[in-house]
Ligand binder design. Structure first.
Ligand code: DOR
Length: 441
């Protein structure tokens, strides 16, 4: 099957060009092919931008075990609509993904259900270092240095030392210091005010844990990715990355702050918590300055019923995969960044951080994971139109300019003008960890 995407403005690794792209089966076969090329299908992309598909390296898709909130099918419908062509999913499902067996069970589930490409982290526990040492078919190791949704936690120093010393897969962590959070929670015991969430999971908690993880990574020369940085102060710790350390920020930490609890209550209750307007600004600048390399969503759906319970019964987490690219394209529309920067943060950098083979760029021989976006399309987010099973978005009612209009996964047009084509499944992401990660390429 040959498809020609014609006359798009194509964001290539080193230039943005008005040209055409030839897809042959699952691959990008040519850039600017000869005009007489014969194809099965032509897509006229005049006036539209063609980007590599988004790679979201931090999502919680709830399967197995928590499928009343989300499952791999509903989540990947949301991905297809949002321009996300590959996701890397976290291990806090039920059962937790902490053995090769559990990892392979998830991969088998995904093969039957996912409309986009997939990958799954293996989770660290205080005593599964042997599993982590021998794990494969995974982007890397996820460590909850502070606890969040679920029961995964490794905060004892000796257990962390062993993980960083004895394993070779790249690692990433949820960095909120457990003892700081517990001490704060005692101070606020009995509170039902969701504002206190950001006082319990405060700046100190994030900074202490991030500093601790970076120290471990440096001492053990272990590749490490700081998940969902939430404070400006943490970004200062990232300057000395020593070619080992990368970091990411989520849209909710860029766009929400403690003032939003008034309007949105526990809908913006997240771990790490949202912080101040000053942190929003510092995180944005860290992204522009290259201290933070990746944007990921931490898509973590809970039902509205669960979220509406009084704090602290309300669980932490919000859905985001179907709106993350549009949120960033809206920043392009506002003149706050360029489309090339969005591609770097959401497509190219995550592929490099996790050594994903043939993804994250538009280049000949790369997988045909692509998203066509209309930078002039204006639309409003509505809860009832969300594909996520949880059927809500913290951005409900928000109007954005710049939206995905078509998505290809391994050459298959899975989304086109509002319609999702479910006739094919995505593929397992492949990693080549010998590449050495973000800083080596
Ligand atoms: O708020 C959060 N929710 N943060 C996490 O790290 C986990 C997530 C979840 O799984 O619900």
């Amino acid at each position: 099957m040959k498809t020609l995407i014609k006359n798009a403005t194509v964001v290539l690794p080193n230039e943005t060009l008005s040209t055409s792209i030839l897809i042959e089966d699952t691959k990008i076969a040519d850039i600017d092919p000869a005009s007489q090329v014969t194809v099965d299908k032509v897509v006229d992309a005049s006036g539209l931008h063609l980007l590599p598909g988004v790679i979201d390296d931090q999502v919680h898709f709830r399967e197995p075990g928590l499928t009343h909130k989300e499952d791999l099918y509903t989540a990947t419908r949301a991905c297809a609509k949002g321009g996300v062509t590959t996701f890397l999913e976290m291990p806090n499902t039920n059962p937790n993904t902490v053995t090769q067996e559990a990892l392979e069970a998830k991969l088998a589930l995904a093969a039957g259900k996912c409309l986009v490409n997939y990958g799954f982290y293996i989770g660290a526990t205080p005593d599964n270092v042997e599993d982590l040492k021998h794990a494969h078919r995974t982007p890397g190791i996820k460590i909850f240095i502070g606890s969040s949704t679920g029961n995964l936690l490794v905060d004892a120093q000796d257990a962390l030392e062993r993980i960083f010393a004895e394993t070779t897969l790249p690692a990433c962590a949820h960095c909120e210091d457990e003892s700081t959070v517990r001490a704060n929670a005692e101070r606020f015991a009995g509170t039902t005010d969701v504002h206190d969430h950001s006082r319990i999971r405060d700046h100190e908690a994030a900074i202490i844990a991030t500093r601790r993880a970076i120290d471990l990574a440096k001492r053990h020369t272990h590749r490490f990715h700081v998940l969902h940085v939430s404070t400006g102060a943490e970004t200062l710790l990232l300057a000395e990355h020593e070619n080992l350390i990368t970091a990411e920020v989520c849209p909710h930490h860029l766009f929400f702050n403690v003032d939003d609890y008034e309007r949105l209550g526990s809908l913006v209750q997240m771990n790490p918590s949202i912080k101040t307007e000053e942190d929003n600004k510092q995180l944005w600048h860290a992204l522009l300055d290259g201290l933070i390399q990746v944007i990921a969503t931490d898509h973590a759906p809970h039902t509205l019923e669960e979220k509406r319970q009084p704090y602290p019964k309300s669980p932490s987490g919000l859905p985001a995969v179907e709106n993350s690219l549009a949120l960033m394209l809206n920043q392009v529309h506002r003149g706050l960044c360029t489309i090339e920067q969005v591609v770097r943060w959401m497509c190219d950098a995550p592929a490099r951080v996790w050594d994903i083979v043939d993804k994250g760029r538009i280049a000949v021989g790369y997988d045909a994971d692509l998203v066509l976006v209309d930078l002039n399309k204006a639309a409003t987010i509505h809860n009832e139109e969300q594909e996520t099973k949880s059927k809500w978005s913290p951005w409900d009612g928000e109007s954005l300019t710049g939206w995905p209009v078509s998505t290809w996964v391994m050459g298959h047009q899975v989304f086109c003008n509002g319609v999702i084509d479910e006739s094919r499944r995505g593929s397992e992401a492949i990693y080549d960890h010998a590449r050495g990660g973000y800083w080596s390429t």
